[in-house]
Design a protein around this ligand. Structure first.
Ligand SMILES: Cc1cc2nc3c(=O)[nH]c(=O)nc-3n(C[C@H](O)[C@H](O)[C@H](O)COP(=O)(O)OP(=O)(O)OC[C@H]3O[C@@H](n4cnc5c(N)ncnc54)[C@H](O)[C@@H]3O)c2cc1C
Length: 499
């Protein structure tokens, strides 16, 4: 089969992928492959906003300091500086593309989130991601050099003499198609679906991690899995996120007795970094044997709640919760993967021709813990850097690359295997870990991989391939957690000595 030839291939249509596509379209033909509708992405779900030191009393130095503190000594300092210094320009660029952010008077309205020493969260009410994705999709659609294939599930990358030269996708209505290009960007987002409870949408199945690993790309720090402290505890709306900005606006956490328990855990109270708040909630639930804790917003102005958090306000009202009168039941859930495919300041992976940006990448900016609202920023800044670097890449000499494929299995078997994986990850590789649990998780993942391999092959379908990708990525999370012998940032193993 003769491949379609482009200059750039982008896998994924969240903020990282579409940013790269828009930038690279100035230098050549871009093909965007995305497995759902174009806006199916973690990006569309982001609520709080994008961190940038654009306020009068703020500076990139302060943003840098806060990012390094959150990262607990494991950030790559050069990457952090690269990120925070480019943040104001990145916001400007997004506004030029068409994103509308909230304004206070004549300047941007800036929210506050945990771990930030200044108000610096640029936002669009509580649906910043939706607005950013809307603007990016509109800009991409207007660009004739970009061709978007929706429902195009990338099953493998193409390799030629140790270089990535493209990708293979299974496209609804077209079947299998090969694409070649001088540069390929992995922008496949997160891996939350390896857990039972996650804020991530269905598409977050670690595909990019597994695609990269199969080509030999270096992956690191997958053990640093961020759990969002406050997702709704409700049978009909599982894992709906209650943005950190609600705590930033003054929302307080209470246990079932009404006690504001953060006083017992951290002087920064509800605005301590996420891992500390999430661990405090888990400890409080264990201590009292309760299923959840509560977010109290009853002392805030109803008008403020309605105006600043319209999505949260309306969604909770749909299930009978009036946040100006009721406490909202909340629990932590998997939210963000800090680790991923290792990249440099140009978004380059260890494989020539292959770039990665956004949540799939490990740029070094998050270290052991991501500072809130630094991830959309990271997706933007590093996708721009990758596009700028890739303009000088050379085209592949031939088109007959080797595909690194995995077999598909029947969907019923895939559902069974995925559920077992999610149970193991949730039970043993959550907020608080221990040696026995991690070893059990390792054994169970190896068994599940063997199980997958032993089932007979069936026609290609996305669910099983995603399940295989989740297994491969989960193995990295667990091995990273076992190898990490000191508690730091998001990794907390109760069997390790306290320092
Ligand atoms: C509920 C929620 C709230 C959040 N709030 C914030 C916030 O306020 N601020 C902040 O900075 N961050 C926030 N985040 C995190 C942030 O949204 C993500 O880290 C960021 O959007 C990732 O962007 P991305 O472009 O890397 O990936 P995504 O936006 O997830 O896009 C990935 C794309 O890859 C596609 N894809 C995946 N696999 C394949 C495949 N095999 N073939 C083809 N296509 C594929 C997907 O369909 C999707 O289009 C939030 C996340 C969630 C879930």
């Amino acid at each position: 089969m003769k491949p379609d030839q482009y200059d750039f291939i982008v896998i994924g249509s969240g903020l990282a992928g579409l940013t790269f596509a828009l930038k690279a379209s100035a230098w050549g033909k871009v093909c965007v492959l995305t497995k759902g509708e174009v806006s199916d992405s973690n990006t569309s779900w982001a609520q709080g906003g994008i961190a940038a030191a654009v306020g009068e009393a703020d500076s990139w130095e302060l943003h840098e300091r806060d990012t390094l503190i959150a990262g607990a000594g494991l950030c790559d300092e050069a990457a952090v500086r690269f990120l925070v210094q480019r943040a104001p320009d990145a916001i400007q660029w997004l506004m030029q593309v068409g994103a509308r952010f909230d304004i206070a008077g004549s300047t941007l309205s800036l929210g506050r989130e945990g771990g930030h020493s200044r108000n610096r969260i640029v936002h669009h009410a509580d649906k910043t991601g939706w607005e950013v994705e809307r603007a990016m999709v509109a800009a991409v659609r207007a660009e004739s050099n970009i061709h978007v294939f929706q429902h195009a599930f990338v099953t493998s990358l193409l390799e030629q003499d140790g270089r990535c030269i493209g990708a293979v996708a299974e496209i609804d209505g077209l079947g299998e198609k090969r694409f070649t290009a001088r540069s390929t960007l992995l922008a496949t987002g997160g891996c939350g679906r390896m857990y039972q409870h996650t804020t991530n949408p269905r598409v977050a199945t670690a595909d990019g991690i597994a695609l990269g690993l199969r080509l030999g790309a270096k992956v690191d720090q997958m053990e640093f899995m961020q759990f969002h402290p406050t997702t709704l505890f409700h049978p009909q709306m599982r894992s709906f996120l209650i943005s950190e900005a609600v705590r930033g606006a003054g929302g307080t956490l209470r246990n079932h007795l009404g006690r504001r328990f953060m006083y017992d855990y951290d002087p920064r109270l509800e605005l301590a970094p996420r891992d500390i708040v999430a661990r405090a909630i888990e400890a409080e639930m264990k201590k009292h044997g309760t299923w959840c804790v509560y977010l109290d917003t009853t002392h805030l102005q109803p008008e403020t709640l309605r105006h600043e958090f319209p999505t949260i306000y309306d969604r909770l009202r749909e299930i009978g919760l009036e946040i100006e009168k009721d406490w909202t039941p909340v629990v932590p859930a998997q939210h963000y993967s800090c680790g991923g495919i290792v990249t440099d300041l140009h978004g380059r992976t260890s494989i020539p021709g292959l770039y990665a940006a956004g949540e799939v990448a490990r740029t070094g900016v998050h270290g052991a813990n991501r500072l809130a609202s630094n991830s959309l920023l990271e997706a933007l800044v590093f996708a721009v850097a990758a596009a700028e670097h890739s303009k000088d890449d050379e085209s592949p000499s031939g088109a007959d690359g080797v595909a690194t494929t995995v077999k598909s299995i029947p969907e019923a078997e895939s559902v069974r295997i995925r559920r077992s994986l999610q149970r193991a990850m949730t039970s043993y590789v959550g907020i608080v870990r221990n040696n026995e649990g991690l070893n059990l998780a390792r054994r169970s993942i190896e068994d599940l991989i063997r199980d997958y391999d032993s089932v007979s092959a069936s026609p290609i379908s996305a669910h099983p391939l995603e399940t295989h990708n989740l297994l491969i990525a989960a193995r990295e999370v667990v091995s990273g957690a076992i190898e990490r012998t000191v508690n730091v940032g998001l990794h907390f193993n109760e069997d390790l000595p306290a320092d």
